[in-house]
Design a protein around this ligand. Structure first.
Ligand code: AMP
Ligand code: MG
Length: 485
């Protein structure tokens, strides 16, 4: 048992109270030898937590759920979900706990959640644990996404447990403390819908409106407005992933938030050679969640959300379906607008440039990148040099010189703004080989490469001397991410 006195932190139990049917009060597993591996001090401060205190024994007990503040009521959350297209009525937090809600400095409610905190009633025979490597991966990748300005759940801390975890080999275990706008997922709605308890479904929807899409409360049809808002938020999110070459890897409905934040960074990767067909996860046989499929996968998941919401849309099933289909039709235009807007920014195109010029400019470039398997990150970044007059760094990445020269001439004629480009095209993304290298070193006890990588990707737009290695793609060859759990 932990003997450290608990921190005094005001953790709410709003989810546990309001949605008790979906919350199983539970306790984290003991942690034999807690040791802090990573802490986001800025995030801690935003949450009103004292980083120094978090580093102490009571802080580590707090971050692993073994020392719960007075009044807090940790719960395992129930949810269902489609995994790779197959429905599972009971997933839930099999190795996670919601510790409770905190109010951040801006007055926003934030979930504090643990991953790797031991088996729960949702574990389905698995151990409820997590290994150091995958938890640190979630830490560094979410840090990068946040630094890019992409909505994401955030990693507050990773604490090594001192317990070994059995995977293909024995690995050191860890607990991740995660912060999110909430952990309401498409799968949460699927779960509520499957209970046939319309009141529960309504309370869940009201909670989603209150926490994430408050303007829906004032709409003529609040639940339709909620659905439209989720469709729009996910369209924007996936467009932002696409713009930085992010491949999530497991876009199951239990891994899609209602808030529009990225969640559950398992076998994710950053694409290097541009390829619509790029996929990395060893468990994604057939590449269901490959790069170019992500918008379709999101749309598919959102259709599952619509099915779950039908009873709230109308008592008349035909009409409910009609409303849902109409709202889901909003996905593609919202995605296209976010995506084209993002590419306009990446290419530094002037405000007034006609879509009729911008659209083919972007699609012709992507055809070139695809045909020549050009590294998206370095190309986009080097393009600002071309806007300043030196095309060579970008041009040199493309084998088809005639093709790229013709494109560069068309693009330059629009008068691109190089400084604006540098504000949106990251120099540094978490390169897959560097992530692997950092996680392997950390697993073996050396945190230095991991800490360096976190520092580099945390300031992604600022090119710094000495960090050339972090700006380069990895050695050619197929990169595979294994399960990640
Ligand atoms: P994920 O693939 O991480 O999104 O998880 C899918 C489902 O499997 C969730 O219900 C998790 O809680 C559960 N799960 C994943 N890994 C474990 C584990 N080691 N022990 C228990 N449940 C797990
Ligand atoms: Mg998940």
């Amino acid at each position: 048992m932990s003997v450290a006195p608990a921190l005094t932190v005001a953790l709410g139990d709003r989810f546990a109270r309001e949605l008790a049917e979906m919350a199983v009060p539970w306790q984290a597993a003991e942690v034999p030898a807690p040791r802090l591996l990573a802490l986001d001090e800025e995030l801690a401060a935003d949450l009103g937590l004292d980083p120094a205190e978090l580093r102490g024994p009571a802080g580590l007990a707090f971050l692993t759920g073994t020392g719960v503040p007075e009044g807090a009521r940790p719960v395992a959350q129930a949810y269902a979900g489609h995994q790779f297209g197959y429905y599972n009525p009971r997933l839930g937090d099999g190795r996670a706990l919601l510790l409770g809600e905190l109010t951040d400095r801006e007055g926003r409610l934030r979930d504090l959640h643990l991953k790797g905190s031991g088996a729960t009633p949702f574990s389905r025979g698995a151990d409820g644990l997590a290994a150091v490597g995958p938890m640190l991966r979630e830490f560094v990748v979410s840090r990068a996404l946040h630094a890019f300005g992409i909505p994401t759940t955030r990693a507050l801390a990773v604490v090594a447990t001192g317990r070994q975890v059995r995977r293909e080999t024995m690995l050191p275990g860890a607990v991740l403390a995660r912060v999110a706008a909430s952990h309401l997922r498409v799968g949460s709605f699927q779960y509520a819908r499957a209970t046939d308890d319309r009141d529960l479904l309504r309370r869940l929807a009201d909670e989603a409106i209150a926490r994430h899409h408050p303007s829906a409360a004032d709409a003529g049809h609040r639940y339709l407005a909620l659905y439209e808002a989720v469709v729009a938020a996910q369209a924007r999110l996936v467009a932002q992933w696409m713009l930085v070459g992010f491949v999530h890897g497991v876009m199951n409905t239990d891994n899609m938030t209602i808030s529009g934040e990225t969640i559950d960074l398992g076998p994710c990767a950053f694409m290097e050679g541009y390829d619509q067909d790029a996929w990395y996860s060893s468990v994604d046989e057939g590449g269901r969640y490959r790069y170019g499929n992500q918008p379709l996968a999101a749309e598919w998941d959102l259709a599952r959300l619509a099915e779950a919401l039908l009873p709230l849309l109308s008592d008349d099933q035909e009409q409910a379906i009609e409303l849902a289909v109409g709202a889901l039709r909003g996905f593609r235009p919202a995605y296209d607008a976010a995506w084209l807007g993002g590419w306009r920014a990446k290419l530094g195109l002037p405000e007034g440039l006609d879509d009729g010029v911008a659209t083919p400019l972007v699609s012709d470039l992507l055809d070139l990148l695809q045909a020549n398997k050009v590294d998206l990150t370095s190309f986009a970044r080097r393009l600002s040099s071309a806007a300043r007059g030196d095309a060579e760094p970008a041009r040199g990445l493309v084998l088809d010189l005639a093709g790229i020269d013709a494109w560069l001439a068309r693009w330059r004629a629009t008068g691109p703004d190089a400084d604006a480009m540098d504000r949106v095209n990251p120099v540094y993304v978490p390169r897959n080989h560097l992530v692997e290298e950092a996680l392997a070193a950390a697993t073996a006890g050396d945190l230095a490469p991991f800490e360096r990588l976190v520092e580099v990707v945390g300031r992604p737009f600022e090119e710094r001397p000495g960090l050339e290695r972090y700006a380069e793609p990895g050695p050619a060859g197929r990169y595979v991410t294994y399960c990640g759990t």
